[in-house]
Design a protein around this ligand. Structure first.
Ligand code: ZN
Length: 208
């Protein structure tokens, strides 16, 4: 049976490095977590959440799924969101998509991949509603990248509509929801200029 010894060796080396840099690192983490950020991103292996923003264990609560979708009926995502906002009291929720997203591409092409097509149906709905925004774009790659941005905006809106987020704002809790997109080609993040910090600001996001 293959037991992946190289990964265990990597893990052992990582613990040594962390302890050399911060002798109390694991003792502190074992006490509990108080991350300032919740990251909602794509499951794509090329977009490792903490790594691309220079954070480490304990810094960021993370939820990832195919195409960074936030559904009100997804108990997994909503539980993460509730715990992060209500219990951990994160100050920032970051929805981060990425250009060239395979999930968005599949939704755009209407591919027949089985169960994943059901998961991507909400993105197909977003695409249908925003066909006019990509009509004038020539290249398919650019159309998909624009749809990746629009998908982030749609998911930011879904986060803002979550009852946990709405209640947090109603009670005066400090919380901002951000929409970002990651470029696989140069490793850089782009801020989509979506930063929502109140129910009033959330109401002003245009329909997507
Ligand atoms: Zn993706």
């Amino acid at each position: 049976m293959e037991k992946l010894p190289e990964l265990f060796e990597n893990n052992r080396q990582w613990t040594e490095q962390m302890q050399q840099k911060h002798p109390d690192f694991f003792d502190d983490l074992a006490e509990g977590q108080s991350p300032e950020y919740l990251w909602i991103g794509c499951a794509d292996s090329r977009v490792p959440a903490s790594e691309i923003v220079g954070l480490t264990a304990g810094d960021m609560f993370v939820h990832r799924n195919v195409a960074n979708v936030v559904l009100h009926t997804d108990l997994n995502c909503q539980s993460v969101l509730q715990y992060a906002v209500k219990v951990l009291k994160v100050k920032h929720v970051i929805v981060c998509g990425h250009y060239g997203c395979g999930g968005v591409t599949s939704a755009y092409e209407g591919t027949d991949l089985g169960l994943i097509d059901n998961w991507l149906q909400p993105i197909q709905d977003v695409i249908e509603k925003n066909r006019d925004k990509i009509e004038g774009i020539d290249k398919k790659k650019d159309k998909i990248n624009r749809l990746c941005e629009i998908n982030v905006k749609a998911q930011v809106k879904n986060v803002c509509r979550s009852p946990f987020v709405r209640k947090a704002w109603e009670s005066g809790q400090t919380l901002s929801v951000h929409g970002w997109i990651y470029n696989l080609e140069d490793g850089l993040l782009n801020d989509l200029d979506l930063c929502i910090s109140s129910n009033d600001e959330a109401a002003s996001i245009s329909e997507v």
